[in-house]
Design a protein around this ligand. Structure first.
Ligand SMILES: [Zn+2]
Length: 116
């Protein structure tokens, strides 16, 4: 009882919008991009210029001529890792509490705070 103070959290999305991430598996492996959107309830993220899919659009007054539009498709967060802004390597993230009692993300490689 009370041996470990650290709270074990369920798997959750620790990525945020504008994070730089690297794809670690699949056909997009090695690609990097900026997180455009996070879908927390689905454990998915949308990454700029990664996992592009082609969408066919019909000609319409609003979209113009129609044709094929390339668009990002969401990826599971387990397939990407954050690129630490401090040490510039793909890393895993741990959570910590700052002096003010706020939660902050920590890079497991360089142990630097990622936020702020
Ligand atoms: Zn780091």
């Amino acid at each position: 009882m009370g041996k470990y103070k650290k709270v074990v959290e369920p798997v959750r999305v620790r990525l945020k919008k504008n994070d730089l991430v690297e794809v670690t598996t699949g056909k997009e492996q090695g690609k990097t991009g900026k997180v455009l959107k996070v879908f927390r309830e689905k454990n998915q993220v949308l990454i700029e210029k990664v996992n592009m899919i082609k969408r066919h659009t019909r000609p319409s007054p609003t979209s113009g001529q129609g044709g094929i539009v390339e668009k990002e498709a969401p990826m599971f967060v387990c397939k990407v890792k954050l690129i630490c802004p401090k040490c510039a390597t793909g890393t895993r993230i741990s959570m910590t509490q700052t002096g003010e009692g706020k939660k902050a993300r920590v890079c497991l490689k360089c142990k630097e705070l990622i936020d702020g």
